[in-house]
Design a protein around this ligand. Structure first.
Ligand code: CA
Length: 234
């Protein structure tokens, strides 16, 4: 296995042509690349940690969506999906099950590489720095577990903090309830959607000025939640 300086990437794709070209472009950028042409092989390789996974939706043994769900049960690794399906519903579904991004075939390898780098950059930055939204109205220090509203510390439970972090690290993306349950509690958790809804309600009570018109956490009906704060870095 090649351990690249820029990070380790797993490509799960059964079309050799695509897998080869994506691997070539990523290696050129200094990434360590490992490839798997079936879901089963990917599962075996995933016993080792990766920095990012490029995941094809149509695999010979089982659907990429399934693999994505399984990965999300235990890991927050960025996942960029490759797919031939371009419909908006598929896109939402893909993101709803925990993919961070979606690239529709045929795609430009350069664009894929740019997105891979953007995801890794964002993760690296997020791990080190405090996040600030809406001109400092809400700040989130993921390392010190500190949240402030208008500069005043807000006391959150561990679960509330995890939910807020998961959402704030994916601004503008829909995160499904199931994904939140998996990420927060792990797959042993036999919770219900309403458990997450209750946590969100408490979170809103603590960070929003008007819970009926939230500016940070919006409900996407029938799907999940979306963080809608404006990053002060952009
Ligand atoms: Ca395929």
């Amino acid at each position: 296995m090649d351990t690249g300086k820029s990070g380790k990437i797993l490509i799960v794709e059964d079309e050799k042509k695509i897998s080869d070209i994506v691997a070539m472009y990523l290696k050129k950028e200094g990434f360590g690349v490992t490839t798997a042409d079936t879901g089963e092989k990917a599962m075996n390789l995933l016993k080792e940690p990766f920095d990012l996974i490029v995941l094809d939706l149509m695999l010979p043994d089982f659907p990429g969506e399934e693999l994505c769900k399984i990965i999300r049960e235990t890991s927050d690794v960025p996942i960029v999906m490759l797919t031939a399906k371009s419909g908006e519903e598929d896109r939402i579904h893909g993101l709803g099950i925990g993919a961070d991004d979606y690239v529709v075939k045929p795609f430009s390898p350069r664009e894929l590489v740019a997105r891979v780098k953007a995801h890794l950059r964002r993760r690296g930055k997020l791990a080190r720095r405090a996040l600030s939204f809406n001109e400092g109205l809400l700040t989130l220090d993921t390392e010190n577990h500190e949240v402030k509203k208008k500069g005043v510390p807000v006391v959150l439970t561990h679960t509330e903090f995890r939910i807020l972090t998961i959402l704030a690290e994916r601004p503008g993306r829909i995160v499904s309830r199931l994904h939140l349950i998996n990420m927060v509690q792990g797959y042993d958790f036999e919770g219900y959607d309403r458990t997450i809804d209750a946590h969100i309600k408490n979170l809103r009570h603590k960070i929003e000025d008007d819970q009926r018109n939230p500016v940070f956490i919006k409900t996407v009906y029938g799907v999940g939640y979306k963080f809608t704060g404006r990053s002060d870095e952009d």
